[in-house]
Design a protein around this ligand. Structure first.
Ligand code: NPW
Ligand code: K
Length: 524
């Protein structure tokens, strides 16, 4: 699909600009850096940094320095620290932090999993530079400590944690002493956010150069606590060579492409979104989606309503139009009017052959299409027929499943531990942009580019919120925003609208919060 994702390209172009104008923005870019690097990519970044002339021991020294700096902010002067060091370079960072904190007057105890003589490379170097005692961890490792530094495992974790390391993690978690994790909470898989065996529950985490997907994906995000991103001397140009495929969902990525009303524009320039209503027993979902499409800027919005529901819909809509729709043929007829350039179908549609026919009619049209909820579930027995239709059309499609709907359409993808990989596989297989919803919503395009959101408050788990999201994405596509950008922006704006409302949120509030969120983004 031609217009799936330009984010990767645009971001790469931004780097060109930054590199051409050193000193103009680098300080500002770090905290909001959207690229996510897998542990493998981070390993490559470290190797590229070393190849460019940075000593690997210097990277480790700076990593340990960054950890020590955050530790100091968590401790009273002269406080006691327990450092848990593991067998790799993550442990090496721990030894550096232990040395620096001791030099600064803190009382530091180091507990090592394994044997000092087995440490290799920089970790061995840093362990030798540590002049204090090294103990084996016991149940009371945190006794008297005001802070635990978790330097057991980071990017190199590749199997479930067992034995002495698992016991040390358990003792640390049970101690209730605040924990500062180095790079990742030990036990969290940096690629997927999944727990491998046993994991540290950190108060804070310091990571280096760029975040990993596991810092944003659940449960990694919760286990990591507050996250600090430290610059330890990697050159930004390294990202060119790596070409990251995953990004943190933040306005930096899509704000330039967010549709804005033009003074000399007309409502017809802002597209016409059609939302398909369910039967009389299920009309609210379509109205929520329609309201969201209108609030996010679609010039015109129409609800296509089955005849039995027309009165219910008409009685509750004002700026939004209503059209009578006689089943799938009726929908096809309505969409034959090419001015209706985006369609949202699925919320409260009902599950079954009728729904299959209507989704098929939508996909046979030229309108950008969002398929949600019952529109997805209806294809549980025949997902390939849905995917064939999507791949056979020219206009873009966004699928917006929650985990339950996703597992009905892609039952075999449950074995993938990473939500990123699940969404990517699904996008590739279906030919659509896939929005895999949840507290860590992933948007993936068939070419593998993906974003992970972390701005959805818990309040967003409320009836109708998904209908609103589908409407927002449809509304953005009606305004010609490409599918991947529309889905990514829609997910972020949905989270931001929920955060704007706060406690007591119901779905009706979400479209109404959009003006404030959009105005804040537009700036003064
Ligand atoms: N590279 C650099 O320049 C920089 C890197 N930095 C730091 O390095 C960290 C990555 O270091 P890393 O690659 O050495 O991996 P790390 O996470 O320490 O552990 C791997 C070790 O554990 C083992 N192992 C794995 N799973 C296991 C398990 N379940 N149970 C038991 N053992 C297990 C595995 O050995 P194996 O037993 O497989 O031979 C291996 O020895 C990164 O997170 C960052 O903190 C910074 O200093 C910046 C500069
Ligand atoms: K760690």
């Amino acid at each position: 699909m031609a217009n799936n994702s330009s984010i990767g390209i645009e971001w790469a172009e931004r780097f060109e600009t930054l590199l051409d104008n050193p000193g103009e923005e680098p300080a500002a870019i770090a905290p909001d850096a959207p690229d996510l690097l897998t542990p493998q990519e981070m390993g490559a970044a470290d190797r590229l940094a070393v190849a460019s002339g940075v000593r690997s021991s210097a990277l480790m020294e700076r990593a340990g320095e960054a950890v020590a700096a955050v530790a100091e902010s968590m401790l009273p002067p002269g406080g006691r620290v327990a450092v848990l060091a593991g067998p790799g370079n993550n442990g090496g960072d721990g030894f550096v932090a232990a040395r620096l904190l001791t030099e600064r007057g803190y009382r530091v105890a180091v507990f090592l999993i394994g044997d000092r003589d087995s440490l290799k490379g920089d970790a061995s170097l840093m362990a030798r530079a540590w002049k204090g005692p090294i103990e084996a961890p016991g149940r009371d490792l945190a006794h008297g400590a005001g802070l635990i530094i978790d330097a057991l495992f980071g990017a190199g974790l590749d199997r479930p944690i067992e034995g002495a390391a698992a016991a040390a993690i358990e003792a640390a978690n049970e101690s209730r002493v605040p924990i500062l994790a180095v790079d990742l909470p030990s036990g969290v898989d940096g690629a997927s956010g999944a727990i491998l065996g046993q994991a540290i529950l950190a108060t804070e985490t310091v990571t280096f150069f760029r975040r990993k997907p596991g810092h944003l994906l659940m449960p990694g995000r919760v286990l990591a606590g507050r996250l600090t991103l430290a610059d330890i001397g990697h050159d930004l140009s390294i990202l060119h060579d790596i070409g990251p495929m995953a990004f943190h969902n933040s306005p930096t990525l899509w704000l330039d492409g967010l549709p804005r009303p033009q003074l000399d524009g007309h409502k017809y320039d802002r597209g016409h979104a059609l939302v398909v209503s369910g039967p009389i027993t299920g009309t609210g979902a379509a109205r929520l989606a329609a309201r969201a499409a209108l609030r996010i800027g679609a010039g015109l919005v129409t609800v296509a309503s089955p005849p039995d529901a027309i009165v219910a819909n008409a009685a509750q809509l004002t700026a939004i139009m209503v059209m009578r729709m006689y089943e799938a043929d009726g929908l096809a007829e309505i969409l034959a009017d090419h001015r209706k350039n985006a369609v949202v179908i699925g919320p409260a549609l009902g599950v079954g052959d009728g729904a299959i026919a209507m989704v098929s009619a939508a996909l046979d049209s030229d309108a950008a299409t969002v398929v949600d909820a019952d529109g997805l579930t209806s294809f549980a027995a025949t997902p390939d027929s849905l995917f064939m239709r999507i791949k056979g059309r020219g206009a873009p499609v966004v699928l917006t499943p929650h985990e339950g709907e996703f597992s009905r359409l892609f039952p075999d993808l449950g074995i993938l531990s990473s939500k990123l990989d699940r969404a990517r596989e699904a996008a590739m297989r279906s030919g659509a942009v896939v929005v895999l919803k949840g507290p860590d919503t992933v948007v993936a395009a068939p070419d593998g580019i993906a974003t992970v959101a972390d701005n959805a408050p818990a309040d967003l788990a409320t009836a109708g919120a998904g209908d609103v999201l589908a409407g927002m994405i449809g509304g953005l596509m009606a305004q010609q925003m490409p599918a991947f950008e529309a889905a990514t922006a829609g997910v972020w704006l949905h989270g931001a609208a929920a955060a704007h409302v706060g406690r007591g949120l119901i779905s009706e509030d979400l479209p109404e919060a959009l003006p404030a969120v959009l105005s804040a983004l537009a700036g003064p």
